[in-house]
Design a protein around this ligand. Sequence first.
Ligand code: ACO
Length: 453
Amino acid sequence: PDDVGILALEIYIPKLSVSQEALEKHDEVDTGKYTIGLGQSHMGFCNDLEDINSLALTVVHNLLESYNVSPAEVGWLEVGTETIVDKSKSTKSVLMQLFTDAGNSNIEGLDTTNACFGATQGMFNALAWVESSAWDGRYAIVVAGDIAVYAEGNARPTGGAGAVAMLIGPHAPLVIDRGVRYTHMEHVYDFYKPNLSSEYPIVDGKLSIQCFLRSLDTCYAGYRDKYRSKYDSDFSLETGDYYLFHSPFTKLVQKSIARMMFNDLLTEQDPDTSETGKYAGCDLFKDMTLHETYENREVMEKFKKLSKNIFTFKTDPTLLVAREVGNIYTGSVYGGIASLLTGVTAEELNTKQLVLFSYGSGLAASMYGIRCQLNQGSKFSLEKLINRHKSLPEKLQSRTQLLPKDFEGVLKLRETTHHLPSYTPVSDLSSLYPGTYYLENCDEKHRRYYNRV
Ligand code: ACO
């Protein structure tokens, strides 16, 4: 099949949020640390009514309904998540409830886990299914969902919560570029969750940032090589139209663009470092190596300045969800697509080339490309995707904002109850949007039952 890619995309962000500015005051850190230093405005979170299964139920239900897809038309469903409520029973199996009425139990795919990367692997698996001999002509769905919460301390403001569901198939408006993706995986303990009864990770923040940037360097080099082989032309930051990243906090994304520009300098044959050149003032840096510069502030500051315009025009439009909701882990980079769709017209996006960088600690990372096409008149077009996301900015603005102390109370409640048997959530249903699935009860045998507001 031709032009396999994302036919439709749906994002679900919980209704509760907390202001990062208010958190700075509450946590008694320097003014600006979370808002300017990390680049975050608000953080989304959920109370005890929601878990990974309910998030996935909500977003898949909404995807099918809003794009008018029958549950019988789905043949593959995979969930990327690191929010685990059961070591054996998959969230995918819970989602099968949405397909029962249509009599469809013939759906392959399960859950895929590695920190924030699971959904990207899920996407690759879905693409492989559609391109394989096993494909029966039906759609695939990939779910990217997580509840990102951290123990009290400096990582806490980098939490978030949300889910994205994507419908995958041929003749898509967002076509995945074949043959130019590049992956980097290695064994490292930068962020992991060995305590299976806790929602909190063990995180080495500084190491995780270094791992992220190192993976970016490797993936970018590999991506450029593959691009050259396929298209017989060089790739640099100027080539792509939009750059989308996994975003733990948006400041790291700005640093990522700067880092890519530093990569461009190191690989360009004869970089123009003259006063009016693209790399003005970079003579000092052009003989440096990637390896020795991860902690080099001078390099970072210089390339942040040089790449400012690229960041403003090619990446900032993809950061609405990341800035307003925080790190939604597996869904983060796909929230970038949702964000981009809120600020462009179909004509503007047509023919544009997106480059995505997905990172999951532990670690697994990939860079790959998406080509946009109008697909006018088709059931799945750029225009439909854009229309579906028109109200997202307003919806994010009108969430229920809780005070930091109440946010902490909610996290405490989750901490003490999220894995309990014989538990009925105590939070009020008004904390959910109409149509949201929620945990009604977890019985004495840890069986979870869901309902819809
Ligand atoms: N005004 C403006 N900026 C400020 C201020 C202020 N008042 N105070 C601090 N800053 C800046 C700092 O200079 C720093 O920016 P810089 O790195 O560009 O210099 C930034 O704010 C953060 O301050 P730090 O002191 O570095 O923050 P801290 O070490 O307390 O925590 C960290 C940051 C490590 C990212 C922490 O939040 C964390 O561990 N998060 C989870 C791990 C994570 O997200 N890793 C990313 C990849 S892995 C993943 O996705 C989970």
